[in-house]
Design a protein around this ligand. Structure first.
Ligand SMILES: NC(=O)c1ccc[n+]([C@@H]2O[C@H](COP(=O)([O-])OP(=O)(O)OC[C@H]3O[C@@H](n4cnc5c(N)ncnc54)[C@H](OP(=O)(O)O)[C@@H]3O)[C@@H](O)[C@H]2O)c1
Length: 312
């Protein structure tokens, strides 16, 4: 089969297409013929030597097949969960080695769910790491109906699902992006939009119950004046060091980092929402399997709208 190997951490030229053996499946795994793969910032961060190398117990010296997000068809199974021919999607072995940039992937069945029939393989591949992150954050934060929720980078991969999932939980949602993506953020169901270039946060909003940070520690500090006493902030980027925790404590705000985890039950929950149209993937660009370097360059811009996918 064809697979894209990261021969050593570095530039996109280190992503090399090779012919390698189709992987064997272990107990409780299925072999998926991959149709689409989604690309996340962590793909590029890992390619550059960071990402899961920092937290996923991954050997920097060995060849690595990047990628975690797949949608495809089960062609062999060692699990009772799925039959041959089932269309599935999921985030495989995160944080670890997903081996997703390949024509066939051996995946733990418990990381997958059945793909709803009404969405494409592209839309399914997109709806894996990014909405799992949003879901796991919003659930951990205990977001409830009526909460005022501020979501940063609401037009991005994680953010565009977070807006929809927070609305599904009954929250009042305020999303940030540049002006160019205002209509997109509102079209996802956000109640309000803040243009981070043109508006001062403290003038634009107030009394936030929960902040979902997708940008980093400076952004969290900048958000403090608009968070309610007793509110919460969760970040998928910033680690909460002592200094940051002290600044939050002074305002009686709880802060926490979250790293997304593979989870088939959560995938099944997302599949339900995708199936009944309450959640949708926005794909701004698709690439061919031979264009992986271009896909990495796109995700590295930090300006991606919704998701990008690579079709195999
Ligand atoms: N901890 C975890 O488990 C986890 C999981 C997933 C992702 N992450 C991390 O979370 C971050 C976001 O991931 P992603 O997939 O959503 O990235 P992404 O798709 O690349 O995000 C791009 C979006 O960010 C917006 N943006 C850029 N700068 C902004 C700013 N200053 N304020 C508001 N919006 C801004 C852009 O909109 P404009 O062009 O309009 O500015 C663009 O639409 C990445 O660092 C990623 O590695 C962590």
């Amino acid at each position: 089969m064809k697979a894209i190997i990261l021969v050593e951490p570095g530039a996109t030229t280190n992503l090399v297409m090779r012919d390698i053996a189709v992987p064997q499946i272990n107990n409780d795994e299925v072999l998926v013929q991959v149709k689409s793969i989604s690309i996340n910032p962590v793909d590029a961060k890992t390619r550059q030597g960071g990402g899961v190398y920092n937290y996923g117990n991954v050997n920097k010296q060995a060849d690595l097949i990047l990628g975690w997000d797949i949608a495809g068809i089960v062609i062999a199974t060692n699990s009772k969960r799925f039959d041959i021919g089932d269309e599935v999607f999921g985030m495989v072995n995160f944080p670890g080695v997903g081996n997703a940039y390949a024509e066939y992937v051996a995946a733990p069945a418990e990381h997958l769910a059945l793909k709803p029939g009404n969405i494409s393989f592209e839309e399914a591949a997109a709806a894996t790491l990014a909405p799992l992150t949003a879901l796991q954050v919003l659930r951990e934060a205990g977001v409830k109906p009526g909460d005022r929720v501020l979501i940063y980078a609401a037009s991005g991969g994680v953010g565009h699902y977070a807006v929809q999932l927070a609305k599904e939980l009954g929250a009042y949602v305020i999303g940030t992006s540049s002006a160019a993506n205002k209509q997109f953020v509102l079209s996802l169901g956000a109640d309000e939009h803040i243009d981070y270039n043109a508006q001062n946060l403290a003038d634009a909003t107030h009394d936030i119950d929960f902040v979902m940070d997708c940008l980093g520690p400076d952004n969290i500090i900048k958000s403090l004046p608009v968070i309610k006493n007793g509110g919460k902030v969760m970040s998928i980027v910033a680690q909460f060091n002592e200094n940051l925790i002290a600044q939050l404590k002074a305002k009686n705000v709880i802060g926490k980092h979250l790293l997304v985890q593979s989870n088939g039950k959560d995938m099944a929950y997302l599949a339900g929402l995708l199936g009944n149209g309450k959640l949708r993937s926005h794909i701004s660009k698709s690439f061919g399997f031979g264009q992986m370097a271009d896909a990495h360059q796109q995700i590295e811009t930090g300006r991606t709208v919704g998701k990008i996918v690579v079709n195999v």
